[in-house]
Design a protein around this ligand. Structure first.
Ligand code: 5GP
Ligand code: ZN
Length: 112
């Protein structure tokens, strides 16, 4: 399967690594929307949040454990936002489940 984020997770496509463990990889977004903007992905392919199920959901806990660790390592003391875009109306452009982690400026709410 030809998937950009699978290729980033296995190193075929280069990226700036921010965090990695056995099941999760995090890297700098190529088009950052905040002073700190990383993408956190499961190494195993999942299409989107709509494809999470009982069999694959354990990695979601790993992703949020990784996010808290990233916040400590990157000293994001003022807070951060984690968001996943799902499907066309959600604005998803890469078909491999990923969580944006944004920090370093005051983020507007609600999003546009
Ligand atoms: P989505 O729009 O699907 O929620 O998020 C996809 C994100 O992946 C975007 O923020 C985009 O900038 C980022 N992105 C797309 N292609 C690449 C790439 O080749 N390398 C990196 N590091 N980020 C990418
Ligand atoms: Zn993939």
């Amino acid at each position: 399967m030809d998937c950009l984020f699978c290729s980033i997770a296995n190193g075929t496509v280069p990226s700036t690594k921010i965090y990695e463990n056995e099941s999760v990889y995090a890297f700098a977004d190529i088009d950052p929307q905040a002073p700190f903007h990383c993408i956190i992905i499961p190494k195993a392919h999942i299409d989107s949040a709509a494809a999470i199920n009982k069999e694959n959901s354990a990695v979601i806990a790993k992703i949020f454990e990784a996010a808290a660790e990233i916040a400590r390592e990157q000293k994001l003391e003022n807070g951060f936002r984690i968001v996943t875009n799902c499907g066309r109306d959600g604005g998803q452009t890469v078909g491999h489940l990923h969580f944006h982690m944004l920090a370093g400026r005051l983020l507007a709410w609600p999003p546009g």
